[in-house]
Write a protein that binds this ligand. Structure first.
Ligand code: ADE
Length: 258
């Protein structure tokens, strides 16, 4: 997969993309990321990229020309040509980014991400260049850059081979529509806090049922909204019905609210 990122602050990406899984995916040629400074395409001596809003009001607005010129040059499009890949704007006004969005995006060979800044971006960019608008949550960042970093990370870790263990994303929180079960590693007891017995038992069927119920329980406690859309078996539903009458789960690290 190749990802082009268009930004006024290219150096913001250096740290996050130079570490861990995103770095390794690039080294393994599973992903390539190119950061483009929109200012390089801004006309005029001063390469001005923002201006005051027509109609007045506070703040500055990103000018359309530098964004159009940058995206068209990098994607090899003439004005009005169909783009070779989805062009996505990061904005608090976009659709909410979810694991499902990350899965969809990970199926593309190429993506282009445009980072908005200032009070916003000239509306003609949205209307005539952007295919999709994505928000990473209901809060306002100072620009789309941190959001682009989040999107790239969530997408790249889904590419086959990006994680050492191919099944590693299978149980991830949100992968199946549930929160993930709790994890433990050595030592078996720390400061008198023991790892749940079942994890040491080596009994696979019991262990996978324990994990499933721990995952259901945690989701029921923390994010009951997710249960509506989750893929649940009859045994899962029976477990959730039992929770409604007996909400205390023996040996669970999750606390029930009083
Ligand atoms: N730019 C500013 N806030 C944002 C958000 N919540 N998501 C995506 N891009 C943004």
């Amino acid at each position: 997969m190749h990802i082009d990122i268009f930004t006024l602050f290219p150096s913001m990406f250096v740290g996050p993309f130079g570490e861990s899984i995103v770095k390794r995916a690039q080294e393994a040629n599973l992903a390539s990321i190119a950061i483009h400074d929109i200012r390089d395409w801004a006309p005029g001596k001063h390469h001005q990229c923002d201006d005051t809003p027509y109609g007045g009001g506070g703040g500055m607005v990103m000018k359309p020309e530098p964004v159009f010129y940058a995206v068209e040059a990098v994607l090899g499009m003439g004005p009005g040509d169909p783009p070779p890949c989805p062009i996505i704007l990061l904005t608090p006004q976009g659709e909410r980014f979810t694991q499902q969005t990350a899965r969809e995006l990970s199926c593309h060979e190429r993506l282009a991400l445009v980072c908005g800044r200032y009070e916003g971006i000239d509306e003609r960019v949205r209307e005539h260049l952007i295919a999709r608008e994505i928000s990473i949550g209901d809060y306002v960042l100072s620009g789309g850059e941190p959001a682009a970093i989040v999107v790239v990370d969530a997408v790249i870790r889904l590419l086959p081979g990006a994680l050492g263990d191919p099944s590693a994303t299978f149980d991830d929180s949100h992968a199946s529509g549930l929160l993930e079960y709790p994890h433990y590693t050595r030592p078996a007891a720390f400061r008198g806090w023991a790892v749940p017995e079942i994890l040491l038992s080596g009994h696979h069927a019991n262990l996978s049922r324990w994990r499933r119920e721990a995952s259901l329980y945690r989701t029921w406690l923390r994010r009951p909204d997710l249960l509506q859309a989750a893929n649940l078996s009859e045994a899962d539903r029976a477990f959730l019905r039992r929770l409604e009458t007996d909400p205390v789960r023996e040996g669970s690290p999750d606390r029930q609210d009083p």
